[in-house]
Design a protein around this ligand. Structure first.
Ligand code: RP5
Length: 200
């Protein structure tokens, strides 16, 4: 039940686990219908999972009873600002104590409140908002002065994951190197396309 997840979040927040045992990035979304955009998948544009798991070597953490194999991990929760406000509050409120360093929060619809509410409650933890649809952009980025959020364009959860990694890279040289390698790969891809077009 939702209450048992809330209880579990509070228990984990009290545990004071070493950094290696806790997820580095928390991904939350308003509905499981946001999963294809937030995670990416078959036939879909690559999303946050592709950036984190495939490009940057993060592992998805689902078991909290033992330390994950990879040093860098992320977790995913479906948390609705409107259907499960208590869960949204508990997730954002406990995130820092649970060892999360940055949150990616996505929601769709015209009232995409999860990213900005999460940013306000989890402050000073950085929150990167993903408007799941074009019509969600204003709702996600529209924050009052003093209540910051960082956001990407509609549907660009891949970029949200890269931004999350950029934040982590200030503390972890290994992530910095992976980001640089990823970018080098992009440049090589463009170079190849140009070569194919121009037979250089
Ligand atoms: C938003 O409403 C969710 O983030 C989702 O994008 C949208 C529709 O949710 P469902 O009705 O598909 O669950 O809060």
């Amino acid at each position: 039940s939702v209450q048992s997840i809330i209880d579990q979040l509070h228990e984990q927040a009290e545990m004071d686990l070493p950094n290696e045992a806790t997820p580095d990035v928390g991904i939350v979304m308003g509905s499981d219908s946001d999963l294809p955009t937030m995670a990416g998948g078959k036939g879909k544009r690559p999303g946050a999972y592709a950036a984190l798991a495939e490009e940057l070597g993060f592992e998805e953490q689902t078991d909290y009873t033992e330390a994950p194999e990879s040093r860098f991990t992320f977790e995913t929760f479906v948390v609705s600002a409107h259907r499960t406000p208590d869960l949204m509050y508990a997730y954002a409120e406990t995130a820092e104590a649970r060892g999360i360093d940055v949150i990616i929060a996505g929601a769709g619809g015209k009232s995409a409140d999860l990213p900005n509410m999460t940013a306000s409650i989890a402050y000073p933890l950085p929150v990167i908002g993903v408007p799941v649809q074009e019509k969600s952009v204003d709702s996600v980025i529209g924050m009052p002065q003093g209540a910051p959020i960082t956001a990407v364009d509609a549907g660009k959860s891949f970029n949200a994951a890269l931004t999350a990694a950029q934040i982590l890279s200030r503390e972890h040289t290994e992530i910095r190197e992976r980001l640089v390698d990823y970018h080098r790969g992009l440049q090589e891809d463009v170079g190849e396309v140009s070569r194919d077009l121009h037979e250089m």
